[in-house]
Design a protein around this ligand. Structure first.
Ligand code: ATP
Ligand code: MN
Length: 534
């Protein structure tokens, strides 16, 4: 019997975690089997291209306020306790785990062995235990998939126990509400309950890698996408949610390394994951062909709706959420690199979706500016307030990923700074957000232009053009760029009211300065001098 077909009677795989169930344990099911099981349980349907479409339930996004780390002898003095790293008591963890195991003890469960870190030096084996088959398909798509011989003597290091329908009782379980994601480093276990949002699993594992790799392995872990040209030139793209990591890394002319989580060693950049988790809102075949065609058998599509009477996905619909998503294995992108290990980056891009329309669509950063921007981690979303009023709202998230960083941001910034110096990497800032005015007045930068600017930077076409400094932020803006109209390169030109632009640029600069106050004492003058001038 092959490992793949071990089914119902096999309870061995949950023993280590102390789980026994009176029902079937479905171990290492194929994507087809998981889709069938999902359909049989009335938890999903296939769309017209054969992808599995499900609803994640009440939660259609992560819940950062419900993410905890057990405060124990390992973490007490090493974790940077803050709004994203919330402490959880050991006793509460033990109790919650017992309750989850009891809850699952009369249910069918789906178990998957996988691993993270494409570079075998850093490989971490994970066993995922799910209450339903589609969550297990997510684990199949997103984590790396061991082959049969690797499964024979698979030594699990970390466990994820995930049960969307299990609800905690905040009054006795130490949670904030009924949903939770709790990480225990001493038990090497992540408990996820009360939420079906699959992204909690991948970002849970990302969190532990952000703890382990920089501290124990001298590897910089990064919230970024990565791709590589034919000649090995590697580019990485940092950015907060919605800024374009997944979209821009899927470039038909380059090899995809990964879309969200990577490690930078002394000489490589490697993907942590085995798949992509792309946004599908307003997805079109014309603008994003690679992602569009990844929506097929094996892919898992979340929280979309169909055109009435059909199984055709209406990508424009926000009926359930704006955060509609699809997960698929890396190989669904036509030119993905496997194993996904690239070389030392030649170019780093910081992506921001500036809804104020202030930052230039492409600019080059000095080393000091690069560190200043990395520590700031800026983007601006469009926030709806009272009826009809939508205005930009800035987010500053250190290292473009504060919610996933258990250590002090200074640790990651310091490592990036050293690497940038050692390899003299080009650092670019890309505004994938607004041009011609803020949200409501201007419009989002055309994807076609953003792609052209990135291509120009990668192909060295900006090496010999003239640059001008941004008056407030100081970064250098090229005055021309292949396949991009010159008049959009300096954002001030795109605003009808230049005085208004100058005023708003200073206001945004002031927000940067205010946000940076908490880091000011810990950084050198080169970085401090890169602050906006207002
Ligand atoms: P997450 O961390 O949540 O996965 P992400 O950084 O990967 O976020 P993407 O999934 O790439 O973000 O989302 C970028 C979205 O913005 C896509 O829906 C894309 O179609 C849209 N978009 C519109 N204009 C642009 C542009 N100029 N550049 C990049 N993306 C754009
Ligand atoms: Mn992404």
């Amino acid at each position: 019997m092959s490992i793949d077909t071990i089914t119902a009677s096999n309870h061995e795989v949950t023993k280590a975690i102390g789980l026994t169930t009176t029902k079937a344990v479905h171990y290492q099911m194929t994507p087809t089997q998981l889709a069938e099981a999902t359909i049989n349980r009335n938890e999903g349907v296939l769309n017209d291209t054969g992808a599995l479409v499900i609803n994640t339930g009440a939660f259609t996004g992560r819940s950062p306020k419900d993410k905890f780390i057990v405060k124990d002898e390992i973490t007490t003095n090493s974790v940077h306790w803050n709004e994203f790293n919330l402490p959880f008591e050991q006793e509460h963890f033990d109790q919650l785990k017992e309750k989850m195991l009891a809850y699952l003890s009369d249910k069918e469960i789906w178990v998957r062995d996988g691993y993270v870190c494409a570079d075998s030096n850093y490989r971490l084996n994970i066993r995922v235990i799910n209450e339903n088959p589609w969550s297990n398909l997510f684990a199949y798509n997103m984590f790396l998939r061991p082959n049969e011989s690797e499964l024979k003597d698979f030594a699990t290091e970390w466990h994820i126990i995930q049960a969307p329908n299990f609800k905690a009782d905040p009054s006795i379980d130490g949670t904030r509400q009924s949903n939770f994601a709790v990480v225990s480093f001493s038990q090497k276990t992540i408990l996820i309950g009360g939420t079906g949002y699959t992204g909690e699993m991948k970002k849970g594992i990302f969190t532990i890698l952000n703890y382990i790799l920089p501290q124990e392995k001298n590897v910089l872990s990064m919230h970024c996408s990565a791709n590589m040209g034919d000649d090995g030139d590697t580019a990485i793209f940092f950015g907060l949610s919605g800024t374009g990591k997944t979209t821009l890394s899927a470039d038909p002319k380059r090899h995809l390394i990964g879309d969200d989580e990577h490690g930078w060693t002394n000489d490589t950049v490697f993907n942590f994951e085995g798949g992509c988790y792309a946004k599908t809102i307003d997805l079109s075949e014309e603008k994003e062909p690679e992602i569009f065609h990844a929506i097929r058998a094996g892919a898992l599509v979340e929280n979309v709706t169909f055109f009435e009477g059909t199984k055709k996905i209406d990508f424009s619909s926000k009926a359930i959420t704006e955060n509609t998503r699809v997960s698929y294995p890396l190989s669904y992108i036509s030119n993905a690199l496997e194993p996904s290990i690239g070389k030392t980056p030649k170019n780093i891009f910081f992506l921001t979706a500036d809804a104020y329309g202030i930052l230039p669509p492409i600019s080059k950063l000095s080393p000091g500016q690069a560190m200043y921007q990395f520590i700031s981690g800026y983007t601006a979303k469009v926030a709806g307030t009272e009826a009809g009023v939508v205005e930009p709202k800035s987010t500053f998230s250190a290292c473009f990923g504060a919610p996933f960083l258990p250590l002090h941001p200074g640790k990651y910034a310091e490592m990036l700074g050293e690497k940038m110096k050692m390899h003299s990497v080009n650092v670019w800032m890309i505004n994938t957000g607004w041009s011609g005015g803020p949200y409501g007045v201007g419009h989002r930068m055309k994807l076609q232009y953003t792609r052209a600017m990135i291509t120009a930077a990668l192909e060295g076409k900006l090496d010999n053009v003239a640059f001008e400094a941004h008056p407030v932020f100081g970064m250098m803006m090229p005055v021309e760029c292949t396949d991009v109209p010159s008049d959009i390169l300096n954002p001030r030109n795109t605003w009808e009211d230049k005085n208004e632009y100058d005023k708003k640029a200073k206001e945004l600069g002031a927000q940067f300065i205010k946000n940076f106050e908490k880091y000011a004492t810990g950084v050198n003058s080169e970085i401090l001098n890169a602050a906006p001038k207002i």
